[in-house]
Design a protein around this ligand. Structure first.
Ligand SMILES: Cc1cc2nc3c(=O)[nH]c(=O)nc-3n(C[C@H](O)[C@H](O)[C@H](O)COP(=O)(O)O)c2cc1C
Length: 408
């Protein structure tokens, strides 16, 4: 259990702070909500008090013997400000302490995550961008806002990311510290495939696999949090788009192949985490294949699908890193890592992320453990953690390998 301070400032997205609070308490954390006076115009203190089980105050003049303006920050393991208004970012960057939340930000020794939400004009204004840069330079995490529907009919960057996304990233910061979401992928273009392809047999049936897309989603979420421009080519994944990420939905291996080639052309990093069917039915029946009670079932002739990872390696542009994924099981011939090294050599990619899927581990689960093998012989073990923690570990391996020439 960790002690989390949830700062809430006065934006219309304050109602989503209640859902984030719920996610934190359900994960077993002790949460102290510190709203600005403006936030209480949107959500009442009673909601935050009832959901957190802790008192809610906005100013430094309540609970004076407790010296709350100092103690709340000093004793926190993590501060998350969601939503963070333009005004709150400005006051935090200026080091003001004119309410309990800003005073808490000045006394916190722990990691601090700001989750901005505002109209696009406010977000893109140079004043706000300077304040964000100042806060990042001081070591805070400032997540990029999601792109989508804002208050009223407007749409654009400025939307609060989904509370589940914020909670997942807060968990990574709690586990590994704020540096894990350093802005080290700013200016990079990242293309990630995720999910599992479906190869149709007839209009209602397909050959598929058990990939949930969750690891690819986590890679996209963490890359976006670290400043990358992210495109997610998603094969049959029902999850909501991570904030700031453009999702290109695909179904079959052939569709995934076309989308990856189109998107990878100007990417700095290409990650093939989707599970692509090796084979597809040689032909697709135009009408539903009927059950014939008298006869045996028909056999289904298969043909090979193209090797998309190998193709992407061949077309790799100078400086581009290609990262493959391998779900391996050990057998009588060799262990998982030996099979994976052989695959890395065969495919020619720069890095291979290896999942040991013996005994049905990984698929659809919330946690994962991988090894990242490099073509230069290096190997990094990333121990059991949430898929977001594993994603952060993978980006830790990738980021230093990017050519400095294109670094932002
Ligand atoms: C209906 C309404 C919605 C608002 N939404 C936002 C918002 O999403 N983001 C933002 O930065 N400011 C928003 N504001 C403006 C802030 O409330 C205002 O700047 C206030 O001073 C913020 O104070 P605080 O940061 O101390 O909470 C909104 C104001 C109103 C009246």
């Amino acid at each position: 259990m960790s002690r989390i301070v949830l700062g809430v400032s006065g934006g219309v997205a304050a109602y989503k702070a209640a859902l984030l609070l719920r996610a934190f308490t359900e994960a077993g954390h002790d949460v102290r909500v510190v709203p600005t006076p403006g936030a209480l115009h949107f959500v009442g203190a009673a909601t935050f008090e009832a959901l957190s089980g802790n008192p809610v105050t906005t100013d430094v003049w309540s609970d004076v013997p407790e010296v709350a303006h100092v103690r709340i920050g000093q004793t926190a393991d993590l501060v998350v400000v969601a939503p963070a208004t333009a005004d709150l970012l400005a006051r935090a960057a200026a080091g003001r302490a004119d309410d309990l939340l800003t005073a808490t930000l000045l006394t916190a020794h722990c990691p601090v995550v700001f989750v901005p939400a505002m109209h696009t004009e406010m977000w893109l204004h140079p004043a706000t961008q300077d304040n964000v840069a100042t806060l990042r330079r001081r070591g805070a995490v400032v997540l990029p806002p999601a792109v989508g529907r804002l208050t009223g009919p407007d749409s654009g960057p400025g939307r609060l990311p989904e509370p589940a996304d914020i909670a997942a990233l807060a968990d990574v910061v709690l586990t590994s510290g704020a540096a894990v979401l350093a802005h080290d992928l700013a200016g990079r273009r990242v293309v990630i495939s995720a999910g599992g392809t479906r190869e149709p047999l007839d209009p209602v049936r397909y050959l598929g696999n058990r990939s949930s897309g969750k690891q690819g989603w986590a890679l996209a979420r963490v890359a976006a949090a670290r400043g990358a421009e992210v495109v997610l080519v998603a094969a049959n994944v029902e999850l909501p788009a991570p904030f700031g990420v453009r999702v290109v939905p695909v179904g079959t291996a052939e569709e995934l192949r076309s989308a990856m080639h189109a998107e990878a052309a100007d990417a700095d990093v290409v990650v093939m985490s989707a599970a692509v069917a090796d084979f597809r039915p040689a032909s697709v029946a135009g009408a539903k294949m009927k059950k014939d009670s008298a006869g045996e079932p028909d056999s289904v002739p298969l043909v090979r699908n193209p090797d998309i990872l190998a193709e992407l390696v061949t077309k790799r542009r100078p400086g581009q890193l290609v990262v493959g994924f391998a779900a391996e099981t050990g057998d009588d011939d060799a262990d998982v890592l030996t099979h994976a090294r052989a695959k890395l050599a065969r495919k020619g990619c720069d890095l291979l992320v290896v999942n040991d899927v013996s005994g049905g581990q990984v698929f659809g689960r919330a946690d994962n453990a991988v090894a990242v093998l490099a073509a230069d012989g290096a190997s990094t073990e990333i121990g059991l953690g949430t898929k977001d923690t594993v994603a952060a570990g993978i980006w830790d391996v990738v980021a230093p390998r990017l050519e400095p020439a294109t670094q932002a």
